[in-house]
Design a protein around this ligand. Structure first.
Ligand code: ZN
Length: 217
């Protein structure tokens, strides 16, 4: 798949130590995305954006904010169901910074999300009420980008919700599979959130590639 550096952009989602082995909400092999993201960014893209999960203490997505609740339980929030997580991505903490080896030289805009205490935000485009915008769509449109290549953590949450919203906003979307890792919580019918995300995204027309299928002029 050939990259058009003028109208294609890479989106690097939540490549933060908080989501990596040793972090507060560790994704298995989460740190394995870093060299892949760096290689693809260096070799194929002229432009990138990046996101950081960025929560205040006592954030409503933390199980610790709901007495009697445990991480990975689901509760009803005013905006819909919300999975509860361990405390993670605390604003200004070392583990909420970008991974120290992530090369952010080509990152032109950084979107921080989840900073409103009462509202979580998986997607890089909208918070979890699916209405409150992060402003990214307007920025991409103003800059003339048409196709978004997504990488990062976690495939089945922040990457998947970003991909869905990008399709709804009219962008072409491609997920770089080996530049992502997922959480894979158990879902219905013996499937996981990862299976559900792949099925859903494929049905919406999201493309999946592996990094060595990408070429640039
Ligand atoms: Zn979070």
């Amino acid at each position: 798949m050939r990259i058009d550096p003028a109208t294609d952009i890479m989106g690097v989602v939540d490549v933060q130590p908080t989501f990596m082995p040793g972090g507060e909400l560790a994704v298995v092999e989460g740190d394995a995305v870093v060299p892949v993201v760096n290689r693809v960014l260096a070799g194929c893209f002229d432009h990138a954006f990046a996101t950081q999960d960025w929560h205040p203490p006592g954030h409503s997505s933390f199980a610790s904010s709901h007495p009697g609740r445990k991480p990975f339980e689901t509760i009803q929030m005013p905006y819909g169901p919300q999975i509860l997580w361990p405390d993670h991505a605390l604003q200004g903490s070392r583990n909420a910074a970008f991974h120290p080896e992530l090369d952010i030289a080509k990152v032109e805009v950084i979107i921080r999300k989840g900073f409103r205490r009462e509202l979580d935000s998986y997607s890089t485009f909208f918070e979890n009420d699916r209405k409150t915008t992060t402003g990214l769509a307007a920025w991409l449109q103003a800059r003339g980008f048409r196709r978004v290549f997504l990488a990062g953590l976690a495939t089945d949450f922040c990457v998947a919700w970003s991909a869905e919203d990008a399709v709804r906003l009219g962008f072409e979307v491609v997920v770089i599979e080996d530049a992502c890792r997922g959480i894979g919580l158990p879902g219905q019918d013996g499937t996981t959130t990862l299976d559900a995300a792949r099925r859903n995204l494929s049905g919406m027309g999201v493309g999946f590639v592996i990094s060595n299928e990408l070429t640039a002029d």
